[in-house]
Write a protein that binds this ligand. Structure first.
Ligand code: HEM
Length: 152
């Protein structure tokens, strides 16, 4: 069961952090260079709609599998090592940031698109970009902590 929980946890991390890396580092600069706002903004809205479905699943599975491992492996938080504490805190921060992106700028970007207000949609996309950059950085930091932290 631990092996199953760790596999799901690990796959969740790969899909979430890898997806943000692809969106931020590859799709974003190309879309900005090649596509005009009337095409680019609805494209991002559609891309987020698909990606965020996966992220919703992942933000439920990460704590579920993480807490399961903590209670099975360490019998609770008392003897948990510093790397796991760090992952826990940063992981919760990432989840909160995602919820904020989803319910604030992403929702407002979609409302602006529905009202054909491209300027407002672009402003909201700019906010999402900054928050995704923060979450991507946190995700990469967790990747290092989760894998190398046990050797510190
Ligand atoms: C509520 C939040 C979280 C908790 C409680 C948690 C807890 C844990 C625990 C207990 C392990 C097993 C460590 C071991 O067996 O040594 C683990 C592994 C891991 N976690 Fe998390 N985690 C959380 C969030 C995250 C997030 C958000 C990410 C990345 C986006 C992440 C990435 C990883 C990775 C990559 C591993 C595998 C490390 C390895 O075995 O090499 N975790 N986590």
């Amino acid at each position: 069961m631990i092996a199953f929980a760790l596999s799901i946890h690990m796959l969740g991390a790969i899909i979430w952090v890898g997806g943000m890396f692809f969106a931020y580092m590859c799709l974003r600069p190309v879309a900005a260079e090649m596509l005009e706002p009337p095409v680019r903004l609805p494209l991002w809205s559609a891309v987020f709609a698909r990606f965020f479905n996966w992220v919703w699943l992942i933000v439920m599975l990460m704590p579920l599998t993480g807490y399961y491992m903590i209670f099975k492996n360490w019998d609770g938080f008392t003897f948990v090592t510093i790397d796991i504490h760090l992952m826990h805190v940063i992981g919760l921060l990432m989840i909160l940031l995602f919820l904020h992106v989803y319910f604030a700028p992403y929702r407002r970007m979609n409302e602006a698109l529905a009202a054909n207000d491209l300027q407002e949609a672009a402003r909201r996309l700019g906010q999402i970009r900054v928050l995704v950059a923060v979450n991507l950085t946190l995700g990469l930091i967790i990747g290092v902590i989760a894998s190398a932290g046990r050797y510190w």
